[in-house]
Design a binder for this molecule. Structure first.
Ligand SMILES: Cc1ncc(COP(=O)(O)O)c(C=O)c1O
Length: 440
């Protein structure tokens, strides 16, 4: 097992100077709210290669953030970069049809169970938004049922806080109080959404029995990756499918994180439950901007006929399509999802052993290619209300300790693994965690 890198006082002087400059020109110094949470402050990066990223002060980190997930093959994968360069040399954006887009769509149709028809956009948020518009148009119903702690992008009306600090603020389980994530939402926006705790089929059934005629769709991450990386209880997804069929609403899987990580057919193939619509993004193109809304021929019909509008000047641009083609080719050829799962299980087992050895209540959950770590006395967490038990201050101290020893983690406890990580990298992370855990 490789030893943990010892903590040395890293300098972030250049980053600090650039961040001060950035605050004068970028609002808050960043281009996405999530980037503010970095330690010790948002850092400036210069170079990413494989599983490693280097900041402008020359500090190298073993990267388990993978830029919030997309870099499933690691930074700067040569085949991805070469394919992007080759396609880009013919032009960057045709805003018209091209063969590569068609080939990508045919590949996705072959791999993803629900993907009879599809449309490309740039981000997960956009494709999610289009799915709800479509569901409302198909059913003529106004509301979407969603779950506490799931993230479906930053657009109205799903801009709800995705973490909770106390259960009282979340309201009663059967009728939670949605907490807006942002100011500036339209006044009646909360009327468009019904929110429930996740993994509780009885509550969904009760809600549909009372309000089924108002609900256009149930939208869910098939694994609750954005809080606790919680897998669905046995039968839960199949139960949602059956309830949607009974009450005439659509089932939408937000596979922006699970897609390609849990297998090339997504979580829907893995769990054997086919939704009407699904959204993929992130890992699909190794960090180039592309997402896809796909669905059954029936569910996509109103878009086919132009009665529900989906558009976008930049959609299916050459570099993004090329990146998706190359990424999926490598994922298939090298059976990457299987390898990520094995590495993830090795990481989870090692972190659990380190927690036991050091006597720290670290709970590790998740299917492997992505995992969640957090400090709680609970032996399992199955919804957002359980996530409230996580000691965020303690995780922040753990994260700082890891960062000081050259391991880059996401603040919310989610770890992503790429095909560029070696077994030695995983073992180094475990050894480092053992050392840091002793001190937290
Ligand atoms: C499950 C899920 N859906 C949607 C999104 C939004 O995707 P994007 O950031 O590409 O808009 C995210 C982003 O993290 C996500 O995790």
């Amino acid at each position: 097992m490789s030893p943990a890198q010892s903590a040395k006082p890293a300098s972030h002087a250049k980053s600090a100077e650039l961040f001060a400059r950035a605050q004068k020109v970028l609002a808050g110094g960043v281009s996405s709210e999530f980037r503010k949470a970095s330690v010790p402050h948002p850092l400036f990066y210069e170079h990413g290669q494989g599983a490693r990223i280097t900041d402008v002060d020359g500090n190298e980190y073993l990267d388990f953030t993978l830029s919030q997930g997309p870099l499933i093959l690691g930074h700067s994968h040569p085949e991805v970069l070469a394919t992007v360069a080759e396609h880009s040399a013919r032009g960057q954006l045709f805003a018209g049809q091209h063969l590569a887009e068609l080939e990508l769509a045919e590949t996705l149709q072959r791999l993803i169970p629900c993907a009879e028809l599809m449309r490309f956009s740039l981000s997960g948020s956009e494709s999610d938004h289009c799915a709800w518009r479509l569901a409302r148009a198909i059913t003529g119903r106004p509301r979407i049922l969603r779950f506490e702690g799931h993230y479906h992008g930053w657009f109205d009306p799903v801009a709800q806080a995705i973490s909770g600090s106390d259960e009282a603020a979340l309201g009663p389980r059967a009728a939670p109080t949605p907490v807006p994530w942002t100011k500036g939402l339209p006044p009646r926006i909360q009327d468009e959404i019904v929110t429930l705790p996740w993994n509780d089929l009885a509550l969904v059934e009760q809600t549909l029995a009372a309000r089924g005629s108002e609900i256009a769709a149930i939208t869910t991450e098939p694994v609750m990756c954005n809080n606790g990386c919680i897998e669905p209880a046995p039968g839960y997804l199949a139960g949602l499918r059956a309830l949607c069929d009974r009450y005439g609403c659509l089932l939408i899987f937000d596979e922006v994180i699970t897609g390609f990580r849990m297998g090339l057919g997504g979580a829907q193939k893995r769990y054997g439950v086919t939704p009407d619509l699904a959204i993929f993004g992130k890992a699909m193109a190794s960090g180039y901007p592309i997402s896809v809304l796909c669905g059954t021929r029936t569910a996509m019909d109103l878009i086919t006929r132009g009665e529900v509008i989906h558009a976008g000047t930049m959609n299916s641009g050459n570099p993004s399509v090329a990146a998706a083609i190359a990424t999926i080719a490598v994922l298939e050829r090298e059976r990457v999802p299987e390898r990520l799962e094995r590495l993830g299980q090795r990481l989870a087992a090692g972190l659990r052993a380190a927690a036991t050895e050091t006597g720290k209540p670290l709970l590790v959950q998740g299917p492997g290619a992505m995992l969640h770590c957090g400090f709680t006395a609970l032996s399992a967490v199955r919804d957002l209300r359980g996530c409230i038990s996580y000691d965020k201050g303690r995780y922040a101290a753990f994260l700082r300790g890891m960062h000081e020893r050259g391991i880059r983690l996401i603040g919310r406890g989610l770890w992503y693994i790429s095909n560029a990580h070696s077994e030695a990298d995983i073992d180094r992370a475990i050894a480092t965690a053992r050392e840091v855990l002793r001190g937290v």
